[in-house]
Write a protein that binds this ligand. Structure first.
Ligand code: AP5
Ligand code: ZN
Length: 217
């Protein structure tokens, strides 16, 4: 099964994506995570440019993103399907993905939109804590780690994302509404779009996501 998760910043794409990835044993391709990884090399000019764009709340160049996708589709764990988190984000990326999958005789089975109002997202984003090496995500209030600011598994220090500020969040939201929401119509036309109410608890959103996927079969 292959799935696309679409939703505003903080809607729960990463949280649900990890659970669905474990459940279906499909590979989780988060362009946000891949791009963050690409910024780790502090000497690289491309890396610096990517970080600048991410911290501004805008979108990274489509061609850079498509290159990352191409590099990741052939991993062995992708043989059961894909889970795209935060990709595609523009109509152009949607068209490119469609072509790419067609040439591989594969397709997207469902596009799940995590629908949620902007004002709820603020609390989620500003309270988020992450364990950078693994990508594990927590929340100060909604999903606190067992020990203050420490990863449950390794005990290592938790961090915040450099784009999780009020200012960048506002820019990310505006980018989402302008550039990404047109994809909802794009996938509605293809009859594979499903909206889930993402204001519910992590558990309930997960249950509904499973429900959508099970009804495809
Ligand atoms: P990306 O990393 O994808 O960021 P985003 O889209 O802004 O989404 P987030 O990761 O912030 O939120 P999420 O939906 O994953 O929520 P999460 O599950 O973590 O992209 C970052 C940047 O990279 C972009 O701005 C852009 O510059 C660039 N980029 C990425 N992809 C690109 C592309 N395809 N093309 C071009 N540029 C690209 O949850 C958030 C918090 O809420 C957590 O603390 C979590 O614990 C908590 N939480 C989750 N669910 C619930 C719930 N149900 N109830 C209560 N709390 C919850
Ligand atoms: Zn995410």
């Amino acid at each position: 099964v292959s799935i696309v998760l679409i939703g505003a910043p903080g809607s729960g794409k990463g949280t649900q994506g990890s659970k669905l990835h474990e459940h279906y044993k499909i590979c989780q391709i988060s362009t946000g995570d891949l791009l963050r990884h690409a910024t780790k090399d502090k000497e690289s000019d491309v890396g610096k440019q990517i970080k600048k764009t991410m911290d501004s709340g805008g979108l990274v160049d489509d061609n850079i993103v498509m290159k990352l996708i191409n590099l990741n589709l052939d991993k062995p764990e992708c043989k059961n399907g894909f889970l795209f988190d935060g990709f595609p984000r523009t109509i152009y990326q949607g068209e490119q993905l469609e072509e790419l999958l067609e040439s591989r005789r594969q397709r997207i089975d469902a596009v799940i939109e995590y629908g949620i109002e902007d004002d709820i997202l603020k609390r989620r984003i500003l309270g988020r804590l992450i364990h950078k090496p693994s990508g594990r995500t927590y929340h100060e209030e909604f999903n606190p780690p067992k020990e203050n600011m420490k990863d449950d598994v390794t005990g290592e220090q938790l961090d915040r994302r450099s784009d999780d500020t009020t200012e960048t969040l506002n820019a990310r939201l505006s980018t989402y509404h302008k550039q990404t929401t047109p994809l909802i119509d794009f996938y509605q036309q293809r009859n594979i779009h499903k909206r889930i109410d993402a204001t519910k608890s992590v558990k309930d959103v997960y249950k509904e996501s499973l429900n959508v996927i099970e009804h495809l079969r």
